[in-house]
Design a protein around this ligand. Structure first.
Ligand SMILES: Cc1ncc(COP(=O)(O)O)c(C=O)c1O
Length: 456
């Protein structure tokens, strides 16, 4: 299994050929899921005592299984938060795997961690957070949010009076589901400011004023969103920062999706106040063109994260020894053994330069505005609200929730596009609507028109 022989060489060439073809393919086929029984029927037994051979297994993957997946970088994949890793970043993901580097401790991963930290410095600079702020790459936004919330909770519990209290976090209805899920993981209560739209300082203050003394005493953090997943809305970060400062609450900004837009001059002002955050989540695997998986968490004071996350064990003592010292990414988030998942971003940034990143993010915003204009010009369609960052919510007049669902399935089945419905909540109603999220700079006006034509 670990031998180098002719079979391995041939396999490597096959894999490289596939990778080159896939990386350079500008119009990958829009795959679709199939029932597990069907895949089983086509694939047969793949795990057997003597193995089915690399050639067979790879043929199955190439000819059957990969076709039952949706390429995240398809220019007409505009659902959820799609992705469009740069070709350089994907190539370097291969190099990252081939290099077999443990990315937890400087002692083993110094050269690679150095690269990650170079990319991280650029991310931190986008936030405008003060000297000393720094972060690490995580498996995604959920892990980044959890790492930040644990840090905040541990910091709060440093005060002995809080040690036996159940913590409480305030966020808005528009916050991503991972905030709610991660509050559950740490057994904290979650209080919601009732808005899918922008969380203003006034709305937050109103929520705080409505709490009894006992509940308020348990609140340790406020989570604002820097680009809601549904609509690209950026909360009032300056106003929220002010309240957090006055009340001594941890201020976390979840910019997992929207964080890429910090690079875009046209919308940077929307994020004013992010520099006052105690922690910020940004996912390079969303709008900074990294392959999965690559999130990031940045702390105003990384020492607080270290106090919360650094693991102890006799087998780990050597890493704390002065002879092995350096930056240890595992000290600042929940994961110990880790892949150097920031390396593909580093390589792509180093190769292309930050100006190209600015351009590509601006292109997503431009596409959202263009889609807004095209939607407004069609009598059967209507914008629900103006585009937010690269998200567009719109309605097809007269359609029911089922019509939107059928539209999704038909387009997907016909290989036209992956576009899914969402909901828009106001105080008065919850409406099913259509949604686009633009990430891929290769998406064209024609792609948008083709999709809108399917709503006639
Ligand atoms: C605002 C926001 N936060 C967190 C997440 C979760 O990120 P991940 O899926 O990388 O864990 C998402 C995912 O879309 C998001 O949009």
């Amino acid at each position: 299994m670990h031998n180098v022989d002719i079979e391995l060489v041939e396999m490597t060439l096959d894999v490289m050929k596939y990778a080159i073809h896939r990386i350079t393919n500008e119009s990958p086929e829009m795959g679709a899921p199939r029932k597990e029984e069907e895949l089983k029927r086509q694939a047969g037994e793949t795990i057997t005592p003597s193995g089915i051979g690399g050639e067979n297994a790879f043929r199955l993957f190439r000819n059957v299984l990969v076709k039952a997946t949706v390429p995240i970088d398809h220019p007409r994949h505009l659902a959820f938060v799609p992705a469009a890793p740069t070709r350089a970043a994907i190539m370097f993901d291969l190099v990252t795997s081939a290099s077999s580097i443990h990315g937890a401790y400087w002692m083993e991963g110094a050269g690679g961690i150095f690269c990650e930290n170079e990319a991280m410095r650029w991310l931190v600079s986008l936030t405008g957070m003060p000297e000393g702020a720094f972060g690490v790459f995580t498996s995604g936004g959920t892990a980044a949010n959890l790492s930040a919330i644990v840090t905040a909770r541990e910091y709060w519990r440093k005060n002995r009076e809080n040690q036996n209290k159940k913590g409480c976090i305030i966020t808005s209805v528009g916050a991503h589901s991972s905030i709610k899920a991660m509050a559950k993981v740490i057994d904290a209560d979650l209080l919601l400011v009732e808005t899918d739209d922008l969380m203003t300082a006034e709305a937050l203050q109103e929520k705080i004023d409505s709490l009894d003394e006992n509940t308020m005493d348990r609140v340790f953090a406020v989570v604002a969103t820097g680009g809601t997943t549904n609509a690209g809305i950026v909360d009032d970060l300056n106003g929220i920062a002010k309240i957090c400062k006055e009340l001594n609450l941890w201020f976390h900004v979840d910019a997992a999706y929207g964080g890429g837009a910090l690079a875009a001059d046209s919308v940077r002002h929307l994020f004013d106040g992010i520099e006052k955050a105690d922690s910020v989540t940004i996912d390079p695997h969303k709008w900074l063109f990294s392959p999965y998986d690559c999130g990031a968490i940045i702390y105003r004071d990384p020492e607080l994260a270290k106090a919360a996350h650094s693991q102890e064990g006799s087998y780990l003592d050597i890493f704390k020894d002065p002879g092995a010292q350096g930056f240890n990414p595992c000290d600042y988030q929940i994961q110990l053994t880790r892949r150097l998942r920031g390396l593909p971003l580093w390589f792509s940034l180093a190769m292309h330069g930050t100006d190209k990143y600015k351009w590509a993010v601006e292109r997503g915003i431009e596409l959202a505005n263009l889609a807004g204009e095209l939607i407004s010009s069609r009598p059967e369609l209507e914008l629900v609200r103006p585009p937010g960052l690269s998200c567009v919510l719109f309605r097809r007049k007269g359609w029911s929730a089922d019509d939107y669902k059928n539209w999704t399935y038909t387009n997907h089945r016909d290989g036209i596009a992956l576009v899914t419905p969402s909901k828009w909540k106001t105080k008065e109603s919850i409406e099913t609507v259509a949604r686009f999220c633009f990430i891929n700079p290769d998406t064209t006006e024609e792609d948008i028109q083709v999709i809108l034509d399917t709503m006639k």
